[in-house]
Design a protein around this ligand. Structure first.
Ligand SMILES: [Zn+2]
Length: 81
């Protein structure tokens, strides 16, 4: 009977630990409206485009031109094909 009492005590301890492990949670559910209002700021940024000084093709600024491989009037790589 003594062993049974020990097991009961262990179960009690585990139960108490579970209560202590509880994580912080929001007090109230956030409304769809509030969530959507926050998400209005999540937008895709327009990439900064410029023209290549070597070939005049549209390219991303501060990147080598994918069409001719030039950056700052110097050849960085030879484009495929
Ligand atoms: Zn180019």
């Amino acid at each position: 009977m003594a062993a049974f009492g020990k097991i009961k005590k262990q179960i009690k301890l585990i139960k108490n630990k579970k209560e202590k492990i509880k994580m912080p949670n929001p007090k109230r559910r956030m409304s769809k409206s509030r969530t959507n209002k926050r998400r209005t700021h999540y937008k895709a940024a327009v990439p900064a485009l410029g023209t290549c000084s070597n070939c005049g093709e549209m390219k991303l600024t501060h990147r080598a031109c994918p069409a001719c491989g030039y950056y700052n009037e110097r050849s960085m790589f030879l484009p495929k094909s």
